[in-house]
Design a protein around this ligand. Structure first.
Ligand code: 5GP
Ligand code: 5GP
Length: 236
C-alpha cells in the first residue's frame, strides 16, 4: 500500500473512532440527575377520577414509588431510550413482593402492577443506564432510605389533617437533609392535597442530592394530608 493511501486509511479510522466516542458520550451523558418520585396513595384516590385498589390487595397507608426519572439540569428529560426493551418480569422475580408492596398501581381497572412497572421501565428506566433489575432495586432501596412517612410523623405531620406547605418541606429537609419538591392535586372539595414528593438523586443513583432544578407547579399554602382510610375507591 502506498504511503499516502495508508495515511488516508489511518485518518479515516481516527475519524470513525472519534465519532464513536462522541456518540457514546452523548448516550451516557444524556441526563444529569434523577427525580425520585413518590406518591401519596390517598391523594391519588381522593380526586374526581378516583382509583382502583390493586388485585394484590389494598396498599398500606404509606408513600409508594411512582418512578425514578432521569432528568437534565435544563429541566428537559430523555424518554423511551430503547424501543426494543420491554419489561421482563422474570428479571425481577426476587423483587416482585417488594414491588407489590412499595410500587403498587392505583389506576383503574385494578391491576397487579405489571402495566405500571412496564410503563415506568420503558419510558424512564431505559434512559437510566441501569439494567432492569438495578432500576427497580435502586428505586425500592431509595424509598426505604427516604422513609418519608416516618420523617413527617416525627415532625407531627400525620394523615387526616391540613399543614402548611413550608412545614411539610421543612420536615423532609430536617429528616433527610435535602429539600423536596411537593406536588399537589385537588380533591373533590377543591382542597389542595399532598400528592407527590420529588427528591433528587445523583446520576449514578446512589445518593440524594439537592435538586439542580425543580419541576413547575404550585401548591396552596394550606395543604391537606388525607388519610387513606377515609378515601373512596372503585371496586372494579
Ligand atoms: P404530569 O404532566 O402528570 O406531571 O406528568 C406526566 C408524566 O410526564 C410523568 O409521569 C412523567 O413520566 C413525565 N414527567 C413529568 N414531569 C417530568 C419531569 O420533570 N421530569 C421527568 N423526567 N419526567 C417528567
Ligand atoms: P407517567 O405519569 O410516569 O408517564 O405515567 C403514569 C402512567 O402510569 C399513567 O398512564 C397512569 O395511568 C399509569 N399508572 C398506573 N398506576 C398508577 C399509579 O398508581 N400512579 C400513577 N401516577 N400512575 C399510574
Amino acid at each position: 500500500m502506498k504511503r499516502s493511501s495508508a495515511l488516508l486509511l489511518m485518518i479515516r479510522i481516527l475519524v470513525v473512532l472519534q465519532c464513536l466516542t462522541v456518540f457514546s458520550i452523548a448516550q451516557d451523558g444524556d441526563f444529569d440527575f434523577f427525580y425520585f418520585v413518590q406518591q401519596w396513595p390517598a391523594s391519588y384516590c381522593d380526586t374526581k377520577q378516583s382509583c382502583c385498589y390493586p388485585t394484590t390487595g389494598k396498599p398500606a397507608e404509606d408513600f409508594s414509588v411512582h418512578g425514578l426519572w432521569p432528568n437534565r439540569n435544563d429541566g428537559s428529560w430523555p424518554s423511551n431510550c430503547d424501543n426494543d426493551a420491554s419489561f421482563d418480569e422474570s428479571e425481577v422475580s426476587d423483587l416482585i413482593e417488594r414491588m407489590q408492596k412499595d410500587w403498587p398501581s392505583l389506576s383503574c381497572p385494578s391491576s397487579d402492577g405489571v402495566s405500571f412497572w412496564t410503563h415506568e421501565w420503558e419510558k424512564h428506566g431505559t434512559c437510566s443506564l441501569l439494567n432492569e433489575h438495578q432500576y427497580f432495586q435502586t428505586a425500592l432501596d431509595l424509598k426505604q432510605k427516604s422513609n418519608l412517612l416516618r420523617l413527617l410523623n416525627d415532625a407531627g405531620i400525620t394523615p387526616g389533617d391540613f399543614y402548611s406547605l413550608q412545614s411539610i418541606k421543612d420536615a423532609i429537609k430536617e429528616g433527610l437533609g435535602y429539600t423536596p419538591f411537593i406536588q399537589c392535586n385537588v380533591d373533590e372539595s377543591r382542597n389542595h392535597q399532598l400528592y407527590q414528593v420529588y427528591l433528587c438523586v445523583d446520576s449514578s443513583a446512589s445518593d440524594f442530592i439537592e435538586c439542580p432544578v425543580f419541576p413547575h407547579g404550585k401548591c396552596g399554602n394550606n395543604v391537606e394530608f388525607p388519610s387513606f382510610s377515609s378515601v373512596s375507591h372503585d371496586e372494579i
